[in-house]
Design a protein around this ligand. Structure first.
Ligand code: CA
Length: 242
């Protein structure tokens, strides 16, 4: 792996297979995964997932428990039995009240499980954590642009050799923006990605946190890496540091 490419977060996009029969949830997951730079594929049935996995394994599977065709449990058991998918990271989605089943899920080889309804940022964090563990080269540990460096592992941010102290929300906001340089993100997208869809927060809260983030990042005449796009939202300036 080329270190410079990795630093810029340009490693080949990891592929995530979503196996979920709830159309709305499946779309929401794929939308958010793609926004974070993954390639998402969706299937709605367990037997379809089985066929898809036989064609060629993705980098990670998000697998619903209750599925038509073949249960998530059975899909997981079968993929673990094959060499090509023996170590494929699997996150199982279970409904509340199926806690006893979770133990079975983990015992047949799921790496992690998430109980519905879950927070999207939490699921995304688990996706990143699992990929980092299984294929460290596929998830950039650090995001860099110009003189700005964000280290996901240590949660440290540095600019021009000095430490930038950010609260957890500002850190996540910067990480979210830096993952998608040049892309304009609406306040609603930032709320979903940073605070989670379940959060009941006013969109103006986003402006407050962007303001704090800007204040922390730039000193004196230093360039502001965040662009305000009137009527649309914010983006991380892709020309920053160039
Ligand atoms: Ca289901």
């Amino acid at each position: 792996m080329n270190e410079a490419r990795r630093q810029n977060g340009q490693a080949a996009a990891p592929r995530v297979l979503i196996v979920e029969d709830e159309e709305a949830l499946s779309l929401l997951l794929s939308y958010n995964l793609e926004a974070e730079g993954y390639v998402a594929e969706r299937v709605a049935r367990g037997d379809e997932a089985e066929l898809r996995l036989l064609e060629g394994p993705p980098d990670l599977v998000i697998l619903d428990w209750m599925l038509p065709g073949l249960s998530g449990l059975e899909v997981c058991r079968r993929l673990r039995a094959r060499d090509a998918t023996k170590t494929l990271p699997v996150i199982m989605l279970t409904a509340r009240g199926e806690e006893g089943e979770r133990v079975r899920g983990l015992s047949i080889g799921a790496d992690d499980y998430v109980v519905k309804p879950f927070s999207l940022p939490e699921l995304m964090a688990r996706v990143r954590a699992l990929l980092r563990r299984s294929r460290p080269e596929r998830v950039a540990e650090t995001l860099a642009a110009g003189d700005l460096l964000l280290d996901r592992a240590t949660h440290r941010v540095r600019r021009a050799q000095r430490d930038i102290h950010l609260g957890p929300t500002e850190f996540r906001l910067l990480e979210f923006l830096m993952e998608k340089p040049g892309r304009v993100l609406s306040r609603a997208q930032l709320l979903d990605g940073v605070w989670g869809t379940a959060a009941e927060i006013d969109e103006r809260t986003v402006d407050v946190h962007v303001g704090r983030l800007r204040k922390a990042l730039s000193r004196g005449r230093e360039a502001d890496p965040i662009r305000t796009v009137r009527g649309a939202g914010y983006s991380f300036d892709e020309r920053f540091g160039k």
